[in-house]
Write a protein that binds this ligand. Structure first.
Ligand code: SAH
Length: 350
């Protein structure tokens, strides 16, 4: 089992239904996780700083055309307060995420990044969408350590169908942006949604092989969850696949992808995502951690904004305070015999 997994083998695993074979996959992924990144589970405090968005992604509830959604943008004081709270909780990292919101000016966010770096020991991760190179450069200069931008699917036709170009900005290619981020010295994270309408087994296997090719430092994968106020949620016409080709957006499929991601990117930081917890609130996070993942992103967004960051409906943990999330997640980590990571928990060298 030591030669690299081929795309064909990945596809076979994605189609595997035999419980004992799947048990072997979970054990394999768990062992590779333990050998490469250890037992520590790193906590990244997630601050959803704005739900404004200028894009029209077919899958996402933040899309500009969704007028049912009340919009918010946090003030710099509110963001800094959350970052200090994350530092008090001894989280190693804060992740600031938003819709692609050009109301977030590069200089304004650079100042916030700079202050977090000056005032706390935290690593700073950004996830602001397809911003121009100059903005990415400015934030890196201000001290940002990492950037997350999922490529969502490696199938260019499917991507074009679910992710229309920005109406007023030059077309950008997410894979190209990932290379730019690397050149700028960021630790780079990407990932995909699992079970988007039109996603075939072949294309998901290619996504996973692409994680390996890109040499990602972080890989986030989660189930696609239909949002009624989006074109995909309303059943927009996507080229239908032959019977038996569509990947289901299930909990089981998500575990398979988490496990295979660990096998192709042994040293990557891989979160057990909120979308997975949304499918199985009782034990989704723990099972993700036992099948390849080593990171959890507790939500630090102030409760008054949380429910409004609705990329998909019924997101897990939208009622809890940051304090409650911290206690709940630490308990879950310890209950499966793992430890809470200390320090920023960045890229581990090979
Ligand atoms: N604007 C940023 C952040 C988007 S939200 C960006 O585009 O990168 C972060 C991730 O949530 C997206 O990359 C996408 O993979 C995921 N997401 C969006 N809508 C979703 C849905 N309906 N179901 C599951 N995941 C979704």
């Amino acid at each position: 089992m030591n030669e690299p997994l081929t795309e064909k083998a990945i596809q076979q695993w994605l189609r595997e239904e035999d419980p004992s074979r799947l048990d072997a996959l979970w054990h394999w992924a768990d062992q590779v996780r333990r050998e490469n990144v250890g037992d520590a589970v790193h906590l990244r405090g997630l601050i959803e700083i704005s739900n404004y968005c200028s894009r029209q992604c077919g899958y996402c509830g933040l899309r500009a055309a969704n007028t049912d959604l009340e919009r918010y943008r946090m003030s710099s004081e509110e963001i800094l307060e959350c970052a200090h709270e994350a530092a008090r909780y001894r989280y190693g990292t804060v992740v600031m995420q938003a819709g692609e919101d050009y109301g977030i000016e590069a200089e304004w966010l650079a100042e916030i990044v700079f202050r977090i770096k000056m005032e706390t020991p935290l690593a700073v991760t950004l996830s602001m969408g397809e911003r121009p190179d100059n903005d990415l450069r400015r934030w890196r200069e201000a001290g940002a350590d990492r950037y997350l931008l999922r490529f969502e699917t490696s199938d260019p036709e499917l991507f074009a169908a679910i992710h229309p170009p920005h109406p007023a900005r030059p077309a950008q290619n997410r894979l190209e942006i990932l290379r730019t981020l690397r050149r700028l010295g960021y630790e780079v994270g990407s990932g995909v949604m699992i079970g988007i309408p039109g996603q075939s087994y072949e294309s998901l296997a290619h996504d996973i092989a692409t994680f390996r090719e890109l040499g990602l430092d972080m890989v986030g994968v989660g189930p696609y969850i239909s949002h009624p106020s989006t074109p995909l949620g309303e059943g927009a016409a996507i080229q239908p696949l032959e019977p038996g080709q569509q990947v289901p957006n299930t909990e089981l499929m998500t575990y398979k992808v988490v496990a295979l991601t660990r096998l192709v990117c042994p040293r990557a930081n891989i979160p057990s995502t909120t979308a997975l917890a949304t499918l199985n609130l009782a034990s989704g996070r723990e099972l993700g951690l036992q099948r390849g993942a080593n990171v959890i992103m507790p939500n630090m967004t102030p409760p008054k904004y949380r429910a409004l960051y609705q990329i998909y409906p019924a997101k897990a943990c939208i009622q809890e305070t940051s304090q409650e999330c911290r206690i709940c997640l630490q308990g879950r980590i310890q209950s499966i015999g793992r430890t809470v990571g200390s320090g920023p928990g960045g890229r581990t060298k090979t």
